[in-house]
Design a protein around this ligand. Structure first.
Ligand code: PHE
Length: 455
């Protein structure tokens, strides 16, 4: 490995450390913020089932493909495709390039939402949610936060800065150590909150919404969103798992690691659903409220439980940490590219990318009420929603399609399987990555293009 391509931060120290770091990338706002509001928007249980189907049939195979590509090459996404392409070594590098651009795009709007969690943390600590907060009151507080230019831009900037500081220090030390402690704590808090939410009066209605499907509600748009959600939530389609795979020791088997990450991630999304939907229905709020859903719904739980204020503060603090372990992986992909391919110093790459990302984050931050023109920017969508659709859905789907084609046909399924070190049901994986993933992802994308009702 040449000096420029070696990860300056070294390898992960242990297998569990890697699993937690990869799970840390996967688990984040995608589970707690995006999963519930998309589920709410597309009518509940039927959407959830399609999402679960995509996690198993597409998510797990593509996750394993990304990890093998990363470890076999030991490189950032762009370098990885060049290294493994048996041909001229040029044609596929742009798939990695697409991933780098996508990571940058996601980071820009993701840090805005992550900034909202910081705002909520501040309010939880100062006791705003200590007394009864009606849905109207809760909505008003949310509106106040997102329409203040200073607060949304400031908090997004603060979050990006936090991310930059960690990524500057390198992957294995900080991330690995922090994830080991904080992820389990987050899980425990979520279980306690779910127990409370499920016993709220009227909470059962929320369970029905989440688990009793009405397939007549499924549109092509809902299916595309379920695909995007499965990929987004597992951090797939843009090279985050390629990059993390490249930091993994050679001897580790990849199968169990990949499956554990998928199980943790999906479990946390469902757990978030078990908290948010019962809470929503118990206060009579609508599940289709859009991106503000979680922020408006959660205070209803905190004021109804003993030590609610402490739980509230802990929830937002840990959500911020979960978001941070995801933004770290997003920034890491872009930084790994500049360090590995352009020979930049890590420090310079971190600050240049963070600065540029903040510029792109500003219109997203201002699009939620602060500046009218950005609220309905194009296709009736706000700037933030548009970024979410383009980078967090379309671009990830395209990336996952190309990664599946590369692993299955170009690099070759057998080489990937060799890299995985004895994957049980390897033949099933090969079939999924060669045939099922391309047909399913391609099929959904073509359907959306033809019917044209996605935006
Ligand atoms: N998976 C992360 C989440 O659910 C978001 C993410 C997407 C991170 C793509 C990295 C790459 O919050």
């Amino acid at each position: 490995m040449s000096a420029t391509s070696a990860p300056p931060s070294g390898k992960f120290g242990s297998r569990i450390g890697f699993i937690l770091a990869a799970a840390g990338s996967a688990i984040g706002l995608g589970n707690i913020w995006r999963f519930p509001y998309t589920t709410g928007e597309y009518g509940g249980a039927a959407f959830v089932l399609v999402y679960l189907g995509f996690v198993v049939l597409i998510g797990v195979p593509v996750l394993l493909a990304e990890l093998s590509i990363g470890r076999a090459s030991g490189k950032n996404p762009v370098g990885a495709f060049r290294e493994l392409d048996p041909g001229t070594g040029k044609g596929w590098t742009w798939v990695g390039g697409l991933g780098v651009v996508t990571g940058f795009g996601i980071l820009s709007f993701y840090s805005v939402i992550a900034g909202w969690t910081l705002s909520y943390l501040g309010r939880a600590l100062s006791g705003t949610f200590a007394s009864t907060v009606s849905p109207e009151e809760s909505g008003r507080i949310f509106g106040e936060i997102i329409s203040s230019p200073l607060e949304t831009v400031g908090m997004a900037a603060a979050f990006l800065l936090l991310t930059a500081v960690v990524v500057r220090g390198g992957v294995s030390g900080g991330i690995e150590r922090a994830s080991k402690v904080l992820m389990p704590v987050f899980f425990v808090i979520l279980v306690v909150l779910a127990a409370r939410a499920l016993t709220l009066p009227g909470g059962g209605e929320g369970l029905r919404f989440l688990f009793s499907p009405d397939f007549s509600k499924l549109s092509g748009e809902a299916v595309m969103s379920a695909l995007g959600q499965a990929l987004f939530s597992l951090s797939l389609g843009m090279g985050a798992m390629i990059t993390y795979g490249s930091y993994l020791e050679k001897k580790e088997g990849l199968g169990m690691a990949g499956v554990s990450v998928a199980v943790f991630d999906t479990g946390i999304a469902i757990l978030a659903g078990l908290i948010i939907f019962p809470a929503l229905f118990s206060v009579g709020a609508k599940p289709s409220a859009g991106p503000g859903l979680v922020f408006v719904a959660m205070p209803a739980i905190f004021h109804s439980m003993p030590l609610g204020q402490a739980f509230g503060a802990a929830f937002y603090a840990l959500l911020a940490v979960a978001a941070l372990t995801s933004t770290i992986s997003l920034l890491e992909v872009v930084v790994a590219y500049f360090v590995g391919e352009r020979g930049w110093k890590r420090e310079r790459a971190v600050w240049a990318v963070t600065g540029a990302c903040l510029l792109l984050a500003i219109p997203s931050a201002l699009s939620q009420g602060a500046v009218d023109g950005l609220g309905k920017f194009a296709f009736e969508q706000s700037f933030l929603d548009l970024m979410n659709i383009i980078f967090g859905n379309v671009s990830l789907s395209l990336g996952a399609l190309l990664i599946a084609l590369f692993a299955g046909w170009r690099w070759g399924a057998q080489k990937a399987l060799d890299e995985m070190n004895g994957l049980p049901l390897g033949g099933v994986w090969a079939l999924a990555i060669k045939v099922l993933c391309p047909i399913a992802i391609g099929g959904v994308m073509i359907y959306i293009l033809v019917t044209g009702n996605f935006f």
